[in-house]
Design a binder for this molecule. Structure first.
Ligand code: ZN
Ligand code: ZN
Length: 221
């Protein structure tokens, strides 16, 4: 399963703008947090979920009847019963994590405060409590410039706005998706090339070999 490095291809429809990734993504269930975690295998994430009781793959497609993204979770390794319901619950909690993150960032944006600190090499940089993603080094001339506060805040608002937008895009895609969860050990035979939408029964391609958008049939790239 996810033991090898896998490459993930993202497709975008040139006509309707929908975007999907193929089945190169993995997920595992984090029992402690009662949530699933989706990830791409890299050197850093290679061991993620190695202790987990549920592991598998995630792919994406789109149901043109329901007009919603369809996320397909295939459980490939599992040593726990009721795995599909556990994964379903875990996905809900994973989505909530994004919601919390967005709320936190909005809170920080409303009331930004920062401090200027020095790192071990003596360089000055800006710290915004609770917003670790913010990165700004200051030169000596920055430090003595009366416009520095303005400069810091301008960068802060731009960056945090982009972060919020990024997390909201992910969040809304999850929230507005339909979920199909398949336990490989339950399914005698299943095809991932075509799946049925659990909401309307529509048969949908998940392989984009023909590079046709499952929504409008235009070219994907
Ligand atoms: Zn399309
Ligand atoms: Zn459907």
């Amino acid at each position: 399963m996810c033991d090898n490095m896998v490459s993930v291809t993202e497709y975008k429809c040139t006509n309707c703008g929908l975007n999907f990734y193929d089945d190169g993504r993995c997920f595992y269930y984090d029992e402690e947090l009662n949530q699933t975690v989706d990830f791409i295998i890299t050197f850093i994430t290679a061991n993620w979920g190695s202790e987990s009781k549920i592991k598998g793959k995630v792919s994406e497609t789109y149901c043109s009847e329901c007009k919603k993204y369809l996320k397909v979770y295939v459980i490939e390794e599992c040593n726990i019963s009721d795995s599909c319901n556990i994964v379903r619950e875990g996905i809900k909690n994973y989505i909530k994590k994004y919601q919390r993150k967005i709320d936190e960032l909005k809170q920080i944006r409303q009331n930004p405060n920062y401090s200027i600190e020095k790192n071990e090499f003596g360089s000055s940089y800006v710290v915004i409590p609770g917003y670790d993603e913010f990165y700004l080094y200051l030169s000596d001339s920055d430090l003595n410039n009366e416009k520095t506060a303005e400069y810091i805040l301008a960068k802060f608002y731009r960056d945090i706005g982009e972060s919020i937008k990024h997390y909201e895009e992910i969040y809304y895609k999850y929230v507005n998706s339909i979920y199909l969860i398949i336990d490989k050990s339950d399914a005698e035979s299943y095809s991932l090339e075509k799946v049925c939408c659990p909401d309307c029964g529509n048969e949908i391609n998940t392989k984009f070999d023909e590079l046709k958008c499952p929504n409008c049939e235009s070219l994907l790239r």
